[in-house]
Design a protein around this ligand. Structure first.
Ligand SMILES: Cc1ncc(COP(=O)(O)O)c(C=O)c1O
Length: 348
């Protein structure tokens, strides 16, 4: 049974998840204080919990993944720096150009495969002011996205993540993981988070995607880093008062909704395998590693596909002229998966 009542199958994103009854209860029961004054115990518990889960010293609760990345970028850079991030990364594509407006940084945009960078690409992309007669900006930060959203929800192999951090450090760059869906990556690759993030200076994790909380992200890093990030959060307007009510949803999500992501991954793979069997639609099965399926239809544009699926009660985004994206999450059932496959098969 679906956790919420709806007569539609909403596959647009895992951000559409709504707080379930027990999560709402946890929110109602939360002890709160004034987090701007530093005395909301539930926020403090959440920040310590995520920091510990990632093997970092400290955490900072912020309203969104976009703010978490913006605060991280601002903390790691000074104006005139350059940030290395993949060509289709969320930081570059979908955060309003915050790297430019808020940090005064430029970006270097190596194009990886399925959204994933390699150490070679990163090494080639880092430019240093020093030794360039001041022609270059100063490459000072390398960002990776795990899972890579526009890559299809793909996961980094651990040795690649480690090697990217190594080449970054060799060139004196800080390292940041946009881990909006890092729990999906950890569950899918069976890699403990402290190991995955070991060589990275900061990690941003989202509570409001596959984890199912209504609001919030946590940025983690060293105590010193988070102290500076706290200042930028204030300036960006992200200090919240009785936010323990939101943090409680995050704690509930971390205690209950991590391992169940395996079900989302299994359902995404079932849909992808069914698409692979059909002649009129195509999918790159290798890229289906977590809760996303990017697919195309041979004889229809992506917008035609999403319109026709919407008529069948199934919502999805056309993410490019050719490709639609399906995202599974905690409100999607096996029954829904059957209906989606049926609707896709009659898409001739
Ligand atoms: C990879 C990635 N990073 C960051 C974000 C930003 O999160 P928010 O929508 O909470 O600002 C998203 C949102 O979809 C995302 O997919």
């Amino acid at each position: 049974m679906r956790d919420i009542e709806s007569n539609r199958i909403d596959l647009r994103s895992d951000t559409v998840t709504q707080p379930t009854a027990p999560m709402r209860q946890a929110m109602a029961d939360a002890a709160v204080g004034d987090d701007v004054l530093g005395d909301d115990p539930t926020v403090q518990r959440l920040e310590a919990m995520v920091a510990e889960m990632c093997g970092k010293e400290a955490g900072l609760f912020v309203p969104s993944g976009t703010m978490s990345n913006a605060v991280a970028l601002k903390t790691h850079t000074v104006p005139g720096d350059e940030i290395v991030t993949e060509r289709y990364s969320h930081i570059y594509l979908y955060e309003g150009g915050g790297y430019a407006a808020l940090c005064g940084s430029s970006v270097a945009l190596p194009e990886g495969v399925n959204g994933l960078l390699t150490p070679e690409l990163v090494q080639q992309a880092i430019r240093k002011q020093r030794g360039s007669q001041s022609h270059y900006p100063d490459g000072s930060l390398v960002c990776v996205e795990n899972t890579a959203n526009r890559g299809g929800g793909t996961c980094y192999e651990q040795n690649v993540l480690d090697a990217i951090a190594e080449v970054s450090k060799e060139k004196n760059c800080s390292t940041h993981i946009d881990g909006a869906r890092i729990f999906n990556a950890s569950v899918a690759t069976k890699t403990p988070l402290p190991r995955m993030t070991r060589d990275y200076d900061s990690v941003s994790i989202c509570l409001s995607k596959g984890l199912g909380a209504p609001v919030g992200s946590v940025l983690v890093g060293s105590t010193e880093f988070i102290e500076q990030a706290h200042r930028w959060r204030k300036m960006f307007g992200g200090g919240m008062r009785q936010s323990g009510i939101l943090a409680a949803a995050g704690i509930y999500a971390l205690e209950n909704n991590v391992q169940r992501m395996e079900e989302d991954h299994r359902r995404a793979l079932t849909i992808a395998q069914a698409i692979d069997e059909m002649d009129h639609v195509s999918v790159d099965l290798n890229a289906v590693q977590t809760n996303m399926v990017y697919f195309s239809a041979n004889d229809h544009s992506a917008s035609e596909v999403s319109e026709r699926m919407a008529k069948a009660g199934i919502d999805m985004f056309d993410i490019s002229p050719t490709h639609c994206r399906i995202v599974t999450h905690l409100h999607i059932t096996d029954e829904d998966v059957k209906n989606v496959i049926e609707a896709l098969s009659s898409l001739h």
